[in-house]
Design a protein around this ligand. Structure first.
Ligand code: PMP
Length: 326
């Protein structure tokens, strides 16, 4: 557990125990609280899985000290793994499709990791294939694979979930979180449902993403600008369990963008698009609890703001909706 009042040995000791802050625009009767994950040392929620997965893989002997983690990733996960690997005596290699944010690749490089680019047209699938090829060629290399590794869920079951419940004295009516790999939501949901099986669990995805289809919704596939959440092929996601989820809410790009700009202007919160989507969805859930449309065990909603807008300034996150490159 992090205690910020005493000197710490390593930056890894500052992962987790992030602040939980009220979203002021939500109804007073059903407050919404957001976990501010940009307070982690690599400025995103992915520092949690970086630390947890590398530590666990070392402990279980799946990874040897001096070995290498090779992960296909577009961003935050690479930074989280790079910090953990560097501090735990492991090398890190990230396979990143060319089109992804230059800032994030510069940070991975600064943290001592090797960044290998794959052609944009080969997509994330190309990066995943290349990561596995590299792992076969290299002694002591493993691919943690955040999209299929249960340790991703476990990291949030062990840390994010309990932190939320502790801060709210166990009175959590609903949990609402953006779903990319689904590690965050599944870990929090598993913990929440153990505390109270009636907790209302909501997955958030961009409009155009297809997690909704797992709940029988006939949604259309489309491109979206919101970064870090959503899927075009829920069947390939081994971590997302629709049985733990009461509903999947879709948030249009425009709504997420409007909300992230409002959060900055009105609430002093510098958060990115997946947090804008989570906030809009969490407020909607709170209003429905207040209006008696959702039967939740407590009058409160917990959500997660995964990272900061600073990482997306070059993509025009605070410009007009049309100018925002997503
Ligand atoms: N928001 C951002 C900015 C992210 O990078 C991610 C990770 N893909 C998420 C949300 C979603 O988290 P998870 O992968 O745990 O579902």
């Amino acid at each position: 557990m992090t205690d910020h009042r005493t000197p710490l040995d390593s930056v890894l000791d500052t992962v987790g125990e992030t602040p939980l802050v009220r979203v002021q625009a939500a109804p007073d009767e059903v407050p919404v609280y957001a976990k501010l994950e940009s307070f982690n040392p690599g400025a995103s929620i992915k520092d949690r899985i970086g630390e947890y997965m590398v530590e666990q893989m070392l402990e279980r002997g799946e990874l040897e000290p001096g070995g290498t983690v090779i992960e296909p990733t577009a961003g935050n996960t690479g930074i989280g793994f790079a910090i953990a690997a560097g501090q735990l005596g492991v090398d890190a290699v990230f396979v990143v499709p060319e089109r992804f944010s230059v800032e994030k690749q510069q940070l991975m490089d600064a943290l001592g990791a090797e960044v290998i680019n794959t052609p944009t047209e080969d997509g994330m699938g190309g990066a995943i294939d290349r990561a596995h090829e590299l792992a076969e060629e290299m002694d002591g290399a493993v691919v943690p694979q955040q999209f299929s590794n249960p340790l991703n869920v476990e990291a949030h079951y062990e840390t994010t979930g309990p932190e939320i419940f502790e801060a709210l004295d166990g009175e959590v009516g609903a949990v609402v979180a953006g779903t990319g790999t689904a590690g965050t939501l599944m870990g929090i949901a598993e913990y929440a449902l153990e505390q109270d099986p009636d907790t209302h669990v909501v997955a958030v995805e961009p409009e155009g993403s297809l997690y909704s289809r797992t709940k029988g919704e006939d949604v259309e596939e489309a491109e979206y600008k919101i970064e870090g959440i959503g899927t075009h092929d829920p069947a390939t996601n081994e971590l997302f369990d629709p049985d733990l989820v009461d509903e999947v809410l879709q948030v249009p790009d425009r709504r997420a963008h409007e909300e992230l700009k409002r959060l900055a202007r009105e609430e002093g919160q510098l958060v990115a698009s997946s947090a804008g989507a989570a906030s809009a969805a969490a407020r909607h859930v709170a209003e429905r609890i207040r209006d008696g449309e959702i039967d939740a065990p407590h009058d409160s909603v917990a959500t997660v703001f995964p990272d900061s807008s600073e990482r997306y300034l070059s993509k025009g996150i605070y410009r007009s909706f049309e100018e925002w490159e997503g």
